[in-house]
Design a protein around this ligand. Structure first.
Ligand code: FMN
Length: 351
């Protein structure tokens, strides 16, 4: 558990909870959302990004248990449950190989040094052999495939940036996110909120977050149009400055479909780490998914301008890449370049 929790999660929410059941011939891990902690609805949509994070966390358990001599027999989900109550049951059985101390420490070390970089990468491609090895990782997972996004990079970056701008323009969502954020003493007293410390951001950024919360500064921020600069730096520039871009797609839009996507994401991330390559998710694709859900259009109230932007992006993705944006899709950039040595901090384990 101590190692598995170094999995990535959108906004570092670390939304996982595990109930273990040790039986004579098997171990069952029931992975679900930690309702008592932080699951604000900002980046995530219908809990989709949270299922991705649960999947990444579960993949760590699968890899660690493999080194302990257990193999994953099956995964089930209580698909009829409320979106927030979904639990993913992973059943492990002895693989007959026994415990392997060396592979346990190797995989632990890899999980803990997963490359994270939010800086521009070198422009050279990661190479066909690397993409082929990633493709292989998807072959064992039902309904999941890898799609390199190597056509028309500039237009792709422009569309993704357009989506990112819309993400930042959703000030209400942002505000509810900040409302749940706890600072200093407030966190000690109230606990359970979104603890700013675990974001791992530098102090000036903490001040900025505090002022957003304190003065509802987001509205000022957006009226100045700073979301364009933010989206340019955090999305456009990074997409233009990366070796390769690719998407992981699934034909299965169920919670389990997204969970499996998260498992594959973590597999990819570790494989690239092993090869000295950095990877970074570009989470805006979740927003596209949201847009396509007719029922939710009213909830999110896109302006006519945003709607045009979304329609254009949608047309681009379906024409250029035959991507059906209603289905699970995560976009990543990968490449050689600077790496951050340490992952963001993690909350204490609650056993
Ligand atoms: C579904 C999902 C979407 C994410 N989207 C983004 C993103 O758009 N931009 C980004 O820089 N990181 C993104 N991340 C990475 C997380 O921000 C990062 O993993 C998290 O803050 C924890 O930090 P660490 O990976 O350094 O431990 C995403 C992660 C997940 C699981």
């Amino acid at each position: 558990m101590d190692i598995a929790r170094w999995a990535p999660s959108g906004d570092n929410l670390q939304p996982w909870k595990v109930v273990w059941s040790f039986q004579t011939d098997r171990i069952v891990a029931e992975v679900s959302l930690n309702q008592e902690s932080r699951t604000p609805r900002f980046l995530e949509f219908e809990f989709r990004s949270l299922y991705v994070a649960l999947g990444a966390f579960a993949e760590n358990l699968v890899l660690l248990l493999a080194a302990e001599g257990y193999r994953l027999l099956k995964i089930d989900a209580n698909a009829q449950a409320e979106a927030s109550e979904i639990a993913f049951q992973l059943v492990f059985v002895p693989s007959g190989t026994g415990r392997d101390e060396q592979s346990f420490s190797e995989i632990s070390e890899l999980i803990k040094r997963r490359t994270v970089s939010r800086y521009p990468f070198e422009m050279r491609s990661v190479g066909h052999d690397v993409l082929d090895s990633l493709k292989k990782l998807t072959e064992k997972v039902p309904a999941v495939r890898l799609l390199p996004l190597n056509k028309d990079r500039r237009t792709l970056a422009r569309h993704l940036m357009g989506l990112d701008v819309i993400r930042y323009e959703h000030a209400e969502i942002r505000q509810s996110f900040f409302d749940r954020m706890r600072f200093g003493k407030q966190n000690e007293i109230e606990g359970n909120g979104l603890n700013v410390k675990t974001f791992g951001v530098p102090t000036p950024v903490q001040w900025m977050l505090w002022s957003f919360k304190r003065f509802r500064g987001l509205y000022i921020f957006f009226s100045l149009g700073l979301q364009y600069i933010y989206a340019y730096l955090g999305c456009y520039r990074l997409i233009m400055r990366s070796g390769d871009l690719f998407a992981i797609l699934s034909d299965d839009d169920s919670p389990l479909g997204w969970f499996r996507l998260g498992m594959v994401m973590q597999d990819f991330w570790l494989e690239l780490t092993r090869r000295g390559i950095s990877m970074q998710p570009v989470g805006v694709s979740l927003l596209v998914y949201r847009y396509r859900k007719e029922a939710l259009r009213n909830v999110f109230r896109f302006s006519p301008k945003q709607q045009v932007r979304l329609d254009r992006a949608n047309r681009f993705f379906s024409e250029q890449y035959s991507i059906d944006l209603l289905k699970p899709c995560l976009v990543f950039r990968a490449g050689f370049g600077p790496r951050i040595q340490n992952l963001s901090p993690r909350r204490e384990n609650q056993v």
